[in-house]
Design a protein around this ligand. Structure first.
Ligand SMILES: Nc1ncnc2c1ncn2[C@@H]1O[C@H](COP(=O)(O)OP(=O)(O)OP(=O)(O)O)[C@@H](O)[C@H]1O
Ligand SMILES: [Mg+2]
Length: 315
């Protein structure tokens, strides 16, 4: 098999057991075959494609003394697809994703966090098969160094030295690494500069919201006009919330049909989901939730042209 094809061939689940055993307590191993492709802004898609091309062209780049960039920092609000994108990227390369969260690294024992960082990198480097390392919530160990004078409890000193170990290990790391944060502004500048790319995975624009609503509405077919109206009313909504909205509607379609209590229209189904979900108060409220959907007219557009109950796509 050509090298390129091998890189594109997902690792079978059975091959992951030894990796999972080695990484027990150090990180979770996600199977490439479970990955989903996130719906992304064109600029992010282009950056991701460029990086994948570069990694696959490793040999051609080496011939002119270049290496593919080995790391990327994903930042952006919660629920916009950072973890989904990291998993998808790893799957496109055919590698498992080793996800490491703050809970795997940060401990209150003296020197414990530094030790965990060192152990993480040593273990990844000693694996027989390539993996992509994903450090989630990297702000938990990578926030700006602080002055440790007067640090009676030793917490600041411990955080500073954990970051120093991380910087050193990253510098020496030969593999591919992705990190994510939704607090980019708190990251240490030295850590920031270690990444070959800093990609912002932001809230979706109207076109992206439309595509996300459609995807999570499947297998039900929602009319374009209904999706237009919903996409217009969900500005500031993260994809995770859009998914929750459409899954709530689908749940009502299935259970309503079983129990003879089908919502009367798409508007009614959406209103029921909106009543039991709430975006985090720190973020701007989408009009659908803020009920400043300046008119019932817009809301009623949700049902415009929508067959009810909606047809289901053929399997
Ligand atoms: N861009 C997207 N396209 C399609 N689905 C998405 C997208 N972003 C998020 N989702 C869906 O929302 C859920 C949460 O996404 P994910 O965990 O990737 O977000 P995140 O940015 O990592 O959030 P956090 O900052 O909380 O870790 C997933 O189930 C995923 O399927
Ligand atoms: Mg995440």
């Amino acid at each position: 098999m050509a090298r390129r094809d091998r890189l594109m061939t997902p690792t079978p689940l059975s091959d992951l057991k030894p990796v999972r055993d080695r990484l027990r307590g150090i990180g979770d191993v996600l199977d490439p075959k479970d990955a989903e492709e996130p719906i992304l802004a064109p600029a992010v898609r282009a950056a991701v494609k460029g990086w994948l091309d570069e990694i696959r062209a490793r040999d051609a780049l080496a011939a002119v003394g270049l290496k593919p960039r080995s790391s990327a920092l994903l930042s952006g609000p919660p629920g916009c697809g950072k973890t989904t994108l990291a998993h998808h990227l790893a799957a496109r390369l055919g590698y498992p994703l080793v996800t490491v969260g703050a809970e795997h690294i940060v401990t209150s024992s003296l020197g414990g966090s530094e030790g965990n960082v060192a152990k993480l990198f040593a273990t990844i480097e000693s694996l027989d098969q390539p993996v992509i390392l994903f450090i989630d919530e990297i702000d938990a160990i990578g926030s700006k160094r602080r002055d440790s004078s007067g640090d009676t409890g030793g917490a600041v000193t411990a955080m500073n030295s954990t970051l120093t170990v991380l910087l050193r290990r990253l510098e020496a790391f030969g593999g591919t690494m992705i990190a994510a944060t939704n607090r980019a502004d708190t990251l240490d500048p030295a850590l920031w500069r270690r990444f070959g790319m800093q990609i912002v995975v932001d809230l979706p624009d109207e076109d992206a919201r439309w595509a996300i609503l459609k995807r999570y509405g499947l297998p039900y077919i929602f009319a374009d006009e209904a999706l237009d109206a919903l996409a217009g009313l969900t500005e500031n909504a993260a994809p995770s919330l859009l998914r929750q909205l459409m899954e709530g509607v689908k749940r009502r379609l299935v259970l309503g049909a079983m129990q003879g209590s089908l919502p009367a229209s798409l508007v009614e189904a959406v209103a029921a989901v909106v009543a039991e979900t709430q975006p985090h108060p720190d973020y701007d409220q989408p009009p659908l939730w803020a009920r400043q959907a300046s008119s019932s007219q817009i809301i009623s557009n949700i049902s415009a042209g929508q067959a009810w109950p909606p047809a289901r796509q053929e399997a």
